[in-house]
Ligand binder design. Sequence first.
Ligand code: URA
Length: 423
Amino acid sequence: MEAIDVIAAKRDGGELTREQIDWVVDAYTRGAVAEEQMAALCMAVVWRGMTRAETGAWTRAMLDSGERLDFSGLGRPTTDKHSTGGVGDKITLALTPTVAACGAAVPQLSGRGLGHTGGTLDKLESIPGWHAGLTPEGMRRRLGETGAVVCAAGPGLAPADRKLYALRDVTATVESIPLIAASIMSKKLAEGTGSLVLDVKVGSGAFMKDVASARELAETMVAIGTDHGVRTRALLTAMDAPLGRRVGNALEVAEAVEVLAGGGPGDVVELTVELAREMLQAAGLHDARDPAEALRDGSAMDSWRRMIAAQGGDPDAPTPVAAEQRDVLAPATGTLTRLDAYGVGVAAWRLGAGRARKEDPVSAGAGVELHAAPGEEVRAGRPLFTLHTDGPDRFGRAAEALADAFTIDGPPDRFPLILDRVG
Ligand code: URA
């Protein structure tokens, strides 16, 4: 087979066969198809799309490029959640131990942040001593002991996606629903979970800016999961405004711990509980305890402490605080009617909470504290945001990102927290 024929077939709007897809993904992973040829093929997919059969075959080929973990025999069902990413999305932190406290095992492979969205591993690494690297045996042992593991994907999992994602990132070919769906699902299927709940974010701070594209991505991923024998469902949830009141690594850990202690912002609690219920249902645990009760009675907190300690972290250690803080004041009195997730995400990133390139370090303490959420009253001259950073030269550019990120007394403009369900 020749790469040029596969590229031309897709360029001209044809449907690739399973053999063509298997061959091109495998040959690219081995280095037998050149980077420029794969880039051309990805661009053809961006323009021409892929059918359900092609997307399923592409996912399978990437899954088959590496190992597949197996957590059967743990004595409890496995279930996982994947979020397509957003601003202030610290849900995994409280959700994973909560679901474990209700009887399921959660093998959660997470990533690091890039650009304006945060990454779960960066957040957890702000806890002194905590480490993200585990072998499959280390994951299994901790899942048996605590029921909850959040760690980095090892190099053996879907290596084709690792190579391809790096290429798509620099060739403007990330924005394709079939390629995004195949990329996410190849990693989630390799993780070996028995069931999966997808949190597909919609809005300015998310990959998917509108409900129709988010629904298409959700339906594509649910179909792939189902075709691979994994019980998969999805929620479409709001990412037009940040989740909760804190954005930044250690700031978000502190907020998640508030949720685990039975408090925390209403939207973070509601989404944690809804996703936990979905995960328990998907895992077949129809008589499980209600997750809201696990948050109230301290068992989710106990589960968090065990999960953190099992990966070297000290759950009692104070989390890092940035060297400098500065308030941004509200310019008027009234109702905050819009708070733009993207603008807040960019501000947190410029303060040092995120990275522009994969190799960049992140600051544990940097980020943005929000003193009001949409729908709340603000007063002129009172703090609207507190900015946290280790580099005071970063304040100016962060404040610029926030200048257009809010409206006081405009028309109410918010998505409901949970927009739809798929699967
Ligand atoms: N996240 C992924 O893992 N893959 C994509 O293609 C996009 C987002």
